[in-house]
Structure formats: structure tokens, C-alpha cells
Design a protein around this ligand. Structure first.
Ligand SMILES: [Zn+2]
Length: 59
């Protein structure tokens, strides 16, 4: 998976984890500048949620 080369970032304010190919300083969800690198656990959660969404989309 190429995903491991992307940056996983988490917003401290709303705990929203997202992937970016550049260093964002603002959360795309709540707009607060409290973004930091995601932890391993947060990355795991993000991947699991995304896989569940993909499964649902496949029916
Ligand atoms: Zn946020």
C-alpha cells in the first residue's frame, strides 16, 4: 500500500485524522490550526474506518 508514504495528520481539537501529501497546519474539518502527526494508533483507526467504508460501498 502506498498509503504508508503519505502523511497522516490528526487534529487535536476535534480528533479528526486525515491523509495529506503536504504539511497542513489547519484541520480540514474544523479549521483549527491544531494539527499534528497522527500516532500509530490513530493511523490504525483511520485505516480501519476507511476499509469499513469501502466494504459498505462495495455492498
Ligand atoms: Zn479539527
Amino acid at each position: 500500500m502506498a498509503d504508508q508514504f503519505k502523511r497522516y495528520l490528526t487534529c487535536e481539537a476535534c480528533r479528526y485524522t486525515f491523509v495529506s501529501d503536504k504539511d497542513l497546519i489547519q484541520c480540514p474539518d474544523c479549521g483549527k490550526p491544531q494539527v499534528r502527526k497522527a500516532t500509530g494508533k490513530e493511523i490504525e483507526d483511520y485505516i480501519r474506518i476507511r476499509m469499513e467504508i469501502e466494504k459498505e460501498n462495495m455492498g
